[in-house]
Design a protein around this ligand. Structure first.
Ligand code: AMP
Length: 419
């Protein structure tokens, strides 16, 4: 079904078209009519499914035009990056209307946020801490609120925002529409949902355990001391537009970035110790292509939305299996096709097994042809003559084949290493 059949306001349909979207994603197909009907919604959907547009488009349609009465929509997000991205999405979809959106998050001064609130806004996208500050100051009132969106609730809980979130819900009018998004809904999240929602429509799009089908992923086994060397060799062998590299620690991220710069890569870094301005500079530089590589930690990278990330490389195996799914979800977003590689040392074997149990599948083991593995006997050799996938990969066109990096989806039997 095309977007035109979803009863969206004409201005916002133009906004969607200007974004280049042609077909709604499954969550958009299911959530947009539910939201337009005015009902509460609980959706378990991971980022990368198109969930932002699934709530932003019907919300904009219901708002219609700018009104002076104060914010009618509040969206809560766990991180500054997500808040900024969601506000940008509202502005993008709403660019042919006069609707105003404002983002409130920590890490920057209050002045600009305060003056935007005073000028009058329709949509507030906020992280809980900064929102509480404005509520306590009396600078923001929620009495005109019609719709409350709680996004990435599982991550808000992880980050310790549960009390703020409950206090904020308590300050919203009881007569409102509430939309609730969480990749997983374990019992403590179900408790928040029952506190916040009335008779919700339920939408479940994939579980957080599923790897987006447009992503191919593989493990490269290597000894610790050769990890960086292998990373450089992989970067030289793959044909990439933009690569997101994950490190477990902030120090590790800085170290990887420094060494990559020494090897003449243009590199941005994103982690919690960086200032808001540094983060914005990193994200914008990565988005615009000024940096070909971004090195990030998990929390900082959660929800990063950069169209066209062609590869994700886990320099470190994530400790938390769920983070594997989130990391891999940074590539292959929506209709794109992306590759994800994990560098794994013998010490990581049990973490890798935990990930495989979590996602319910074995991750193919690959070896980089021509790389001087220090102890080749540790890892099974891969038969020769592997081919990278040809042009029929469904949307990944434009990247020439580089046979030196086998493709995990090409012909599995031909190149998966035995374990
Ligand atoms: P989200 O899950 O909201 O973070 O969206 C993931 C990515 O998919 C973003 O880059 C969106 O711009 C993109 N996207 C969302 N919906 C569509 C669509 N219907 N067609 C193409 N791209 C989309």
């Amino acid at each position: 079904m095309p977007f035109t059949k979803l009863n969206l306001g004409p201005n916002f349909l133009r906004g969607v078209q200007a974004m280049g979207y042609t077909e709604p994603t499954p969550i958009q197909l299911r959530a947009i009519p539910a939201v337009l009907s005015g009902k509460d919604l609980i959706a378990s959907a991971q980022t990368g499914t198109g969930k932002t547009a699934a709530f932003a488009l019907p919300i904009l349609t219901m708002l219609g035009i700018h009104k002076k009465e104060g914010p009618r929509v509040l969206v809560l997000e766990p991180t500054r990056e997500l808040a900024a991205q969601v506000e940008t999405a509202f502005r993008d979809f709403g660019r042919f209307s006069d609707i105003r959106a404002t983002v409130l998050h920590g890490g920057v001064g209050y002045g600009r946020q305060r003056s935007e609130l005073r000028a009058g806004t329709d949509i507030v996208v906020a992280t809980p801490g900064r929102l509480m500050d404005f509520l306590q100051e009396g600078e923001l009132r929620l009495n005109s609120l019609q719709t409350l969106v709680l996004d990435e609730v599982d991550r808000m809980l992880d980050m310790g925002f549960i009390h703020d979130v409950k206090r904020i819900i308590g300050k919203c009018p009881t007569k409102r529409q509430t939309l609730f998004f969480s990749a997983t809904v374990p019992p403590e999240i179900a408790a928040v949902a029952s506190f916040a929602l009335k008779d919700p429509v339920r939408v479940e799009i994939g579980a957080s355990r599923t790897i987006t089908t447009s992503v191919t992923h593989a493990i490269y086994q290597v000894h610790q001391e050769q990890k960086f060397e292998l990373l450089l060799a992989l970067l030289a062998a793959i044909d990439f537009n933009s690569v997101l590299i994950f490190s477990r620690t902030k120090h590790g991220a800085d170290r990887i970035a420094r060494r990559l710069r020494e090897a003449n890569h243009s590199v941005a870094v994103l982690h919690a110790n960086r200032s808001q301005n540094q983060r914005i500079e990193a994200l914008e530089g990565f988005r615009s292509g000024r940096y070909e590589v971004m090195v990030a930690t998990d929390i900082a990278a959660r929800g990063i939305d950069v169209a066209g990330v062609s590869h994700v490389i886990n320099y470190d195996v994530p400790e938390n299996p769920e983070d594997y799914v989130h990391r891999i979800g940074r590539t292959g977003r929506a209709q794109a096709v992306g590759d994800a590689f994990t560098l794994s040392t013998p010490e990581n074997n049990s973490d890798v097994r935990a990930i495989e149990r979590f996602i319910g599948q074995e991750i193919p083991r690959l070896k980089l042809e021509g790389f001087g593995y220090k102890s080749a006997s540790d890892y099974p050799a891969r038969p020769a003559q592997q081919q990278r996938r040809g042009g029929g990969g469904g949307g990944g066109g434009g990247r020439p084949s580089r046979p030196s990096v086998p493709h995990p989806r090409g012909k599995p039997g031909a190149h998966w290493g035995r374990r």
